[in-house]
Design a protein around this ligand. Sequence first.
Ligand code: MRU
Length: 325
Amino acid sequence: MKHIEWKGRALILLDQRKLPGEITFVTCKTPQDVAASIRNMVVRGAPAIGITAAYALALSATLNRDFHADCQLLLASRPTAVNLRWAVERMRKHYDENHGTPDAMVTEAIAIHREDIEMNRKMGDFGAALFEKPVTILTHCNAGALATGGYGTALGVIRSLFRQERLKEVFADETRPYLQGARLTAFELAEAGIPHRVITDNSAGYFMAKGEIDAVITGADRIAANGDTANKIGTMMVAVLANHFEIPFYIAAPWSTFDLSLESGIDIPIEERGRNEVAFINGKSIVPDSSPVAHIGFDVTPGRLVSGFITDRGILHPLFQEDTD
Ligand code: MRU
């Protein structure tokens, strides 16, 4: 099942809002359709957002639209994942170099998609090599095939560990309120036959204290030059807990997720989403009507809490000194 599929004059996206219960697809025929799908979370996850934006700009060139206006439209669709800006800038450069030729733009979008999968496989191998004995990994949110072009970043490392028979089990945080862990990570793990348990977000400390978790691996939406990392809300709590229990905490991310123009995480734009995603479950209100809700999409884990960054170029440590061993 392809979750991002280019069909010539349309982009077909698996509707991730409906998983795991329903497999349905959204057809995007214009850059506006793609921007709406990013905004409404039909497609989500930092690299996947970048890839779909690249296809949207291929559509823009094919339809002979105002290319630069479409770039702005896409850039405004979600603020935190820098992969979106990275992909738009790459497509913009390609547009200028190729006079906006539709074929060239389609080829570039397909290349961005294909390269992302290759990078994930490399990260999988680099990450798996960090562990000698079979391990139990905790992950937060969904950094799997669905969040990328395929294979996944954090889940890519988990897939490689499983293939190499060095994975005991995965704990998947449910990830309130959008439930990326319960709905999407568990869906991918179940499909791959990888042993796992879904836990509530507030259970991580319990299992760490019992010595059941050997390492934490998550993805990232934006990594600043000092290693401060924006990822799904709740990631920082897990990093602090891991630090307390002296459990290694790794971030897996391709180079497109690094934003070296930012010295630290303080300037990373953090998405705030609407009240209803928190206040309603299955259409039922769980919060008094008069109670306001704060719904923050991402938090920033200080770089000093990160044991290492698993990238497609190898393992890096905050300040990005390359591993020499
Ligand atoms: O709001 P989302 O679902 O787009 O947030 C996704 C995450 O935070 C992922 O962990 C991150 O994008 C890494 S995906 C490889």
